[in-house]
Write a protein of this length. Structure first.
Length: 480
């Protein structure tokens, strides 16, 4: 089973300058591949099929190296450029697997990252004399492109990875990688098949329902709640005011000046604090939900967070005059929904539960706040207030969030026992058959393609819709 790690690292200013240059060159190759692909597809119905040219979906990058136009590409290792082309190819592979859209242009703003393979880094062991423990120091660079040793803080032991990703976000550097821990991978379907054989009473006792809201982000059927502390809320509000202030200063300064960069950095740091708080909240909340001794099933509402936090559409009357659509009030609600980390908590709980042989399922959220967990009666009058629940049939009284969490738990139990559960997991992309770097550099001298490279072929003619074989599975065809 794959296990991911992400540690803080601390490169020197000189090392940061080198890594930023590498990041820019790898981003240039990626964007060049994106631009080339867009150019070919823009004229594919007019000229390409007749001219005999085909949009290449390959890992070639040598054509972008030019001594006159791009001499700075020769100042970085060739593996950095190659990995940029490989990342583009992998993004296209995800597109063919229907895991996302086509590769798009990577911007210079926001978090920046670089993918390094084993040729450009190594972990050197360092013995700690007082404690006798063995630590590691990250060494980046090779030959005439040295970077040096970069210290990093490993808060848990790890094995050696085959590749790493160095990321800079708001001035802070991170090293991330994943390794196989050797544990057998258990599928959600296997756990669901086991739980389906349990009795209803036993499964309900081992299940935890989770209701997610605005005031209380997480309310479990066991009575546990998860909210941000008062100190965190005050600091986030203070950081948000500071972010808006620095953004106003940045808007008044000349773009590209030192003052503009300073304001941009300060605004990013203010926003980075809230991001870290939400990430920590989601990690701790998901951990406490799935680590109960008797817990085997965790049930969430299947909330469409993206749709719930969407901007309201503009409306017009019969005369064409714009009507009020409560956009300002909806913007405040959207910010609270996104600040509650609903989706992140669910995502983290799913992989943490799977590693502990537990199951996380989602159920429809419709009328869960109006349904009685005792008699099943559903009516809007069951919610006389935001926090109270009073059943109009059996007079059951409870906290509204607690009652909703029990309803969600019972729905999850019924779903698992019915045998209709199916995990809508993400499809796995096909792994590279060849080692990274094989067949992805310069073409042969005779003009032929490099080994392992596949080109997309188009049918002749001026067609509105053309077919091209999947580069990962040449025997099949997909539509672009």
């Amino acid at each position: 089973m794959q296990t991911g790690y992400r540690f803080r690292c601390y490169p020197t200013p000189a090392q940061q300058a080198i890594l930023l240059r590498w990041i820019g060159c790898q981003r240039f190759i990626y964007n060049a591949k994106v631009g080339e692909d867009r150019y070919y597809r823009a004229f594919q119905r007019k000229a390409l099929a007749l001219a005999g040219q085909h949009p290449p979906i390959d890992q070639e990058y040598a054509r972008y190296k030019n001594a006159e136009l791009t001499p700075w590409l020769s100042e970085v290792p060739s593996q950095v450029l190659r990995n940029g082309a490989v990342r583009w190819k992998q993004a296209y592979s995800r597109f063919f697997q229907k895991l996302g859209g086509r590769p798009t242009i990577q911007r210079r703003s926001g978090p920046q990252s670089i993918w390094l393979t084993s040729e450009l880094f190594s972990f050197q062991p360092i013995a700690d004399t007082p404690t006798g423990e063995t630590r590691y120091r990250l060494h980046v660079g090779k030959g005439k492109f040295p970077v040096g040793g970069i210290p990093y803080t490993a808060h848990r032991p790890h094995t050696m990875p085959a590749s790493i990703t160095l990321t800079i976000d708001a001035g802070r550097w991170y090293v991330a990688f994943s390794v196989d821990d050797g544990l057998p991978a258990v599928t959600p379907e296997e756990i669901a098949a086991e739980l389906a054989t349990w009795s209803e009473a036993d499964l309900r006792a081992a299940a935890v329902g989770v209701d997610r809201g605005i005031t209380v982000p997480v309310y479990a059927s066991t009575g546990q709640t998860a909210v941000l502390s008062r100190v965190q809320q005050q600091r986030m509000e203070k950081k948000e005011r500071a972010r808006q202030r620095w953004q106003r200063r940045m808007a008044r300064r000349t773009k590209g000046s030192s003052g503009w960069h300073k304001a941009k950095y300060r605004a990013a740091r203010c926003q980075h604090y809230a991001k870290n708080v939400r990430q920590d909240f989601a990690h701790q909340t998901s951990y406490h939900l799935v680590t109960g001794e008797e817990t085997r099933l965790v049930v969430f509402e299947n909330l469409r967070v993206k749709a719930m936090s969407a901007r309201p559409k503009a409306k017009r009357d019969e005369s064409g005059k714009w009507l009020k659509n409560q956009a300002r009030a909806k913007a405040g609600l959207n910010s609270k929904i996104l600040a509650s980390a609903w989706g992140r908590t669910l995502t983290l709980a799913q992989y943490k539960a799977l590693r502990r042989n537990k199951l996380v399922v989602t159920v429809p959220p419709h009328h869960s706040s109006q349904e009685c967990s005792r008699c099943g009666h559903t009516h809007p009058d069951n919610r006389p207030s935001q926090a109270a629940f009073v059943c109009q049939r059996c007079d059951f009284r409870a906290n509204a969030d607690h009652n909703a969490s029990e309803v969600i738990r019972d729905r999850g139990v019924a779903l698992v026992r019915s045998g209709e559960f199916s995990a809508k997991g993400k499809k796995k992309t096909m792994r590279l058959r060849n080692k990274v770097g094989a067949g992805c550099s310069e073409p042969g001298s005779d003009g032929t393609s490099t080994p392992g490279e596949t080109r997309v072929r188009h049918r002749a003619g001026n067609r509105k819709v053309h077919e091209s074989p999947n580069p990962e599975t040449p025997a099949t065809s997909r539509r672009l």
